[in-house]
Design a protein around this ligand. Structure first.
Ligand code: SF4
Length: 222
């Protein structure tokens, strides 16, 4: 049924979903604690395969020791590994954040780039991380961040329809960008993450208490 839904109908449904999400979660924002673009970038790199909660526990010590790209760029790798250890994949992540800081300090005058072309040249930064930084800090809606929650909810709500599975982030992002207004690309990601955590969990979606149930083709089917 949802597979045959027209783009126009899906776009209208997406608008109604956005309205309900806004009513419920207000200005849902990024859950990673940060004070500037540098901190957000580093926290986002660390959040891969981890939780925002865990990242928020390690970043205060990290930014106390290395408050800017210049200091992190010359940090002792082992000391950084020790701090970021709880987030998992700590060797690779330490290498990425020190490498990214070095490139920002050396090539970008100590400032986090505000465009996707430069951002993705930083170690450990793919399109998803770049989208988080551009959307959340610079207010530029260049894409939709598709993490595990957004992938699952886009699939259940049938706001994406060309993906192979919920991990197919590139196709899911493309579909979301077709049916959601560009001005809402960053917001929809934050709001769906909140809804995925609070109501539509992976194992037990609470359809009975979900304010999106009237707009959701998967209501009561999972
Ligand atoms: S109705 Fe159920 S499946 Fe659909 S978004 Fe709500 S909790 Fe998730």
């Amino acid at each position: 049924m949802a597979g045959r839904e027209s783009i126009a109908a899906r776009t209208e449904r997406a608008k109604r979903i956005l309205k309900k999400l806004h009513k419920q979660y207000g200005d849902a924002d990024c859950a990673l604690t940060h004070k500037n673009a540098f901190e957000l970038l580093i926290a986002t790199i660390l959040s891969a395969q981890s939780t925002d909660e865990t990242v928020n526990k390690v970043t205060p010590a990290l930014f106390k020791a290395y408050p800017d790209p210049e200091s992190l760029a010359v940090a002792d790798l082992e000391s950084v590994q020790e701090i970021v250890h709880p987030t998992g994949f700590f060797r690779q992540k330490a290498k990425s954040i020190v490498g990214a800081a070095k490139r920002i300090a050396d090539e970008f005058d100590g400032k986090v780039p505000d465009n996707i072309e430069d951002l993705v040249t930083l170690p450990g930064v793919a399109r998803k991380t770049a989208n988080v930084v551009l959307g959340t800090w610079f207010g530029k809606n260049v894409g939709v961040v598709v993490d595990t929650h957004v992938g699952r909810l886009a699939d259940r709500l049938k706001l994406a329809w060309n993906h192979k599975d919920t991990k197919d982030a590139i196709r899911i992002e493309k579909d979301l960008m077709r049916v959601i207004d560009q001005k809402d690309w960053t917001y929809v990601s934050h709001a769906l993450i909140w809804h995925g955590r609070k109501v539509c969990s992976a194992r037990k979606p609470d359809c009975e208490n979900c304010m999106l149930s009237t707009e959701c083709p998967s209501e009561g089917r999972i």
